[in-house]
Design a protein around this ligand. Structure first.
Ligand code: CA
Length: 223
């Protein structure tokens, strides 16, 4: 497995490089955004570890150019501790995962292995529709920038409706996807959950995103 580390802080880059080599990976490094992008384009890497703050070209620009050029490489972004905006922006631009600095090497290694195991075309960690954003891994939902606290089932319903944006989702499908742990869930339980989800997500917001399709199920639609 070939890995590219794009990081300008020499100490951090060395620490990552040495650790990954000890684990048997082939590792190359680049110390700025331009050099990193050039190496990424010609190198056929399985994974890129990409710092956000870089000289010449920042990590977001590198990521954007990688994704625009359609390079099917997994990207793990390194972000600042308080950079919630960075994380969202990175995932939005197509990063596969992120790690907050400072981190323990064991954590980096676990993320790297998980990313290498999973397919490139796996579901994005961030789903969105209109002004709703769902961070699937953090199980965090915002609407218009405000956090919307949801129960586990409400979250499951929303995530599933988002994956099927524009399509009618039946109660049977929701039961299968979201209530898999509780076989034979009565449909009124699902209806009550959707009711609460709409109260939290749609009430007081325009447009209302979740619609009931009489006799069929539910539909999440963006204008
Ligand atoms: Ca940096």
């Amino acid at each position: 497995m070939r890995l590219l580390v794009i990081e300008d802080e020499t100490k951090v880059a060395r620490f990552i490089e040495r650790g990954l080599r000890e684990e048997g990976f082939v590792v190359e490094t680049a110390g700025d955004g331009d050099a990193g992008l050039a190496k990424a384009r010609e190198g056929a890497f399985d994974l890129i570890i990409l710092d956000v703050m870089l000289p010449l070209k920042d990590g977001f620009s590198v990521l954007r150019e990688l994704r625009t050029s359609g390079l099917p490489v997994r990207v793990l972004m390194l972000t600042a501790r308080d950079g919630v905006g960075d994380r969202v922006q990175g995932l939005d631009l197509g990063a596969d995962d992120y790690l907050v600095k400072p981190f323990a090497f064991a954590e980096l290694l676990a993320r790297v292995r998980a990313l290498l195991r999973r397919g490139v075309a796996e579901e994005p960690a961030l789903l969105h529709a209109a002004d709703v954003q769902v961070d699937v891994r953090a199980r965090r939902v915002t609407r218009g920038g405000q956090i919307v606290p949801l129960s586990a089932k409400e979250f499951g319903v929303l995530a599933h409706l988002l994956r099927r944006t524009g399509q009618v989702v039946t109660r049977a499908e929701l039961a299968e996807q979201v209530w898999a742990d509780l076989p034979n869930t009565p449909s009124n339980v699902i209806e009550v959950t959707v009711y609460h989800l709409r109260e939290k997500l749609d009430r007081g917001f325009n447009p209302a995103l979740i619609q009931t399709v009489r006799g069929a199920g539910y539909l999440l639609q963006t204008p």
